[in-house]
Design a binder for this molecule. Structure first.
Ligand SMILES: Nc1ncnc2c1ncn2[C@@H]1O[C@H](COP(=O)(O)OP(=O)(O)OP(=O)(O)O)[C@@H](O)[C@H]1O
Ligand SMILES: [Mg+2]
Length: 261
């Protein structure tokens, strides 16, 4: 089982608070958020709309500076965006003027590892294959479906080899069937590549399907309401969604979200 103690590996969020605006118009969005994510752990964050999930993710990414508290990645304080953290957004953040292969190759160039061109090409091929993109390698993003474009974004993020992957509702714009395929593709790539992942979603089912732990945030200002352990390990097929334990966890988290403490 995982231990949630380390300050020197993984991600550590310590009493992080953040408000937007000043004076009477100030809105407190995060309030003393504490969260530890171990190296290689997949954590999903769910919470009411507008509660501050994206703000938390953006603070970890270095796009938003907290008012108080501390953010550590492998023991190092976050001082701004950097290659240790890679973000996948709902909108496809891939380069429209580059082919699928070149988009992923861009990721491999950001690696600390500086391979030769042929070495990098082999790495790119591997990610193309893992995300089922090989036959689209030379296509431009605009010719691809939304799901395929998100595959490119995810492949590129893994290709960067960051210490932490941050995903902010990456599947929210996809239809239900594509979304399930993407969940499987993500499980697949992450079981092979095993990164530390923080995944924000509105869908409780998606959170339980993907994550080792689900962090339930309260309404704004967001605090961690409860952290729920998910027991399936690497056994992640869609059949688990109908198992009694899965249904029980889903109900439990949905009740917490409705209670709006
Ligand atoms: N840069 C900003 N300036 C002012 N207010 C902001 C800013 N960013 C976020 N907010 C406010 O902070 C609150 C939390 O926003 P945030 O986007 O983090 O919530 P969320 O949980 O991600 O919401 P959703 O579920 O809709 O994605 C909202 O009320 C939002 O309007
Ligand atoms: Mg959001």
């Amino acid at each position: 089982m995982t231990q949630h103690t380390t300050a020197t590996s993984g991600l550590s969020v310590r009493s992080v608070s953040k408000s937007f605006g000043t004076g009477p118009k100030a809105v407190s969005v995060l309030q003393d958020v504490d969260l530890d994510i171990d190296d290689g752990e997949f954590v999903a964050v769910v919470g009411p709309s507008g509660s501050g999930k994206s703000t938390l993710l953006n603070a970890i990414a270095g796009f938003v500076t907290p008012d108080r508290g501390e953010l550590l990645v492998n023991g190092e304080p976050v001082r701004g965006p950097g290659p240790s953290r890679c973000v996948v957004f709902q909108e496809y953040a891939i380069f429209p003027w580059l082919t699928v292969r070149r988009n992923i190759d861009f990721g491999t160039r950001l690696r600390a590892w500086k391979g030769t061109r042929p070495e990098r090409a082999r790495v790119t091929d591997r990610y193309l294959d893992m995300m089922g993109l090989t036959e689209f390698a030379d296509a431009l993003p605009k010719t691809l479906s939304g799901g395929m474009r998100q595959r490119v974004a995810i492949a590129r993020a893994y290709a960067v080899d960051p210490e932490i992957l941050l995903m902010d509702e990456p599947f929210a714009a996809l239809d239900a069937q594509t979304r399930e395929q993407m969940q499987e593709a993500l499980v697949d790539i992450n079981q092979r590549e095993r990164r530390t992942v923080l995944f924000v979603t509105h869908q409780v089912e998606e959170a339980i399907f993907l994550a080792d732990r689900v962090v339930v945030m309260s309404a704004r200002p967001a605090t961690v309401q409860e952290v729920v352990d998910v027991p399936w390990g690497d056994r992640r097929t869609h059949e688990i969604k109908t198992e009694p334990e899965f249904v029980r966890l889903r109900r439990h988290i949905e009740t917490l979200l409705r209670s709006r403490r």
